[in-house]
Write a protein that binds this ligand. Structure first.
Ligand SMILES: O=C(O)CCC(=O)C(=O)O
Ligand SMILES: [Fe+2]
Length: 361
């Protein structure tokens, strides 16, 4: 007897797109959930901030963590800053408190560190300008249901900054999405670049149920001195970002000398500062701990994205990074309501922009 079977369905060829360089703000906005802004600070301020952070970077550290029984070191130096509280702050960040020491320590993968520094004055000056640009941009964009609903005006403010120094063409940071432990879902992160131009690379994590239909594309965005890239809500949920090593870089020649009459020295360093808002409802005291006794880390379930409202996030043990590569294996789903977090855009309803959780770029 011959059994007739339908012919096997042909394996679908999914076309791959080559990496695309996004060389201007319009291209960045149309392919990614980020916006690019050039010449953001007055040139003298940008130069002064570059010199201040470059000098400070002598004391910045290379992060160290355990990876498969090997202690590895990050191929760049990093540091963490906390904004000085304003007199009008209801709930100021106290840089001296144990809780903020813990949050800062988290930036260094759980290693013991000194207290974080307050923003130097020049960083404060730059931060006010960056905040203005971020808020103008956010007014034009839809808001996501799980974003923090700060106050009815929806003003974004940075309360911490992480800084990185990449010396030469080979220093880099590998592909990652920023942990959301203190940022919460759909954070806005404003990232300024000073010094040598480097490529910022974005690559989408394609959800498991779309893998049959499409491949991720790599986007390369050259970030020149004094440019700002804003990673808007959904960037950390959908994309990994990196600063890849390059075969060569162009030296940066500052516009101004360090002091009047001094000669101008070209530099092979890039300074990056990411301004962030650590949400009060993700205060260090509220972060679940695991059996290792350390705060867990929060990350988005990038492969199983939902509708913006019911997206999944996981608290997971972060102990392995420092505990000889051993973790306690804890994975626990974030439950905003049960954990008493919010208010989110979704809770307050009437806010500027749309809040339908639909993704465009
Ligand atoms: O240097 C950059 O532009 C990216 C830095 C970064 O990804 C980070 O600090 O999380
Ligand atoms: Fe990052």
């Amino acid at each position: 007897m011959t059994v007739l079977r339908p012919p096997p369905s042909p394996i679908k060829e999914v076309p791959r797109s080559p990496p695309l360089t996004l060389s201007n703000p319009d291209m960045v906005a149309s392919h990614t959930p980020c916006t690019l802004h050039t010449s953001v600070l007055p040139p003298e301020l940008a130069c002064r901030l570059f010199y201040t952070m470059l000098d400070a970077s002598e004391d910045w550290k290379r992060n160290k963590w355990w990876l498969f029984e090997r202690l590895v070191e990050s191929p760049h130096r990093t540091s963490f800053y906390v904004r000085k509280p304003k007199e009008s702050d209801d709930d100021p960040v106290d840089v001296g408190s144990e809780e903020w020491r813990e949050a800062s320590q988290y930036w260094y993968n759980g290693r013991n560190t000194q207290l974080p520094h307050y923003f130097p004055d020049v960083l404060e000056e730059a931060c006010s300008i960056v905040e203005r640009i971020v808020n103008e941009e956010m007014k034009k964009r839809k808001r996501f249901p799980l974003e923090w609903a700060s106050d009815p005006s929806g003003v974004w403010q940075a309360n911490v900054a992480a800084a990185n120094c990449y010396e030469g063409a080979k220093e880099c940071v590998g592909p990652h999405a920023d942990h959301m432990t203190y940022l919460g879902p759909y954070p806005t992160i404003a990232s300024i670049s000073l010094g040598t131009s480097r490529v910022f690379r974005l690559r989408e994590v394609v959800p498991s149920d779309q893998k049959q239909d499409r491949h991720a594309q790599t986007f390369n965005i050259p970030l020149p001195h004094n440019s700002l890239i804003i990673m808007h809500g959904s960037t950390q949920e959908r994309f990994k970002h990196s600063i890849p090593p390059q075969p060569t870089i162009d030296l940066y020649r500052p516009l101004y000398p360090r002091a009047p009459g001094a000669s101008i020295e070209p530099s092979n360093c890039r300074i990056n500062i990411t301004f962030r808002f650590y949400r009060p409802d993700f205060h260090p005291s509220t972060i679940p701990r695991c059996k290792c006794g350390t705060p867990t880390a929060l990350r988005a379930d990038m492969k199983n994205r939902q509708d913006g409202k019911t997206d999944k996030y996981w608290w997971h043990c972060n102990g392995a990074a420092q505990n000889d590569g051993k973790d306690c294996g804890l994975w626990k789903i974030l439950d905003m309501k049960a954990e008493g977090r919010g208010p989110c855009i979704y809770d307050v309803g009437a806010v500027p922009g749309r809040c339908d959780g639909e993704h465009t770029a």
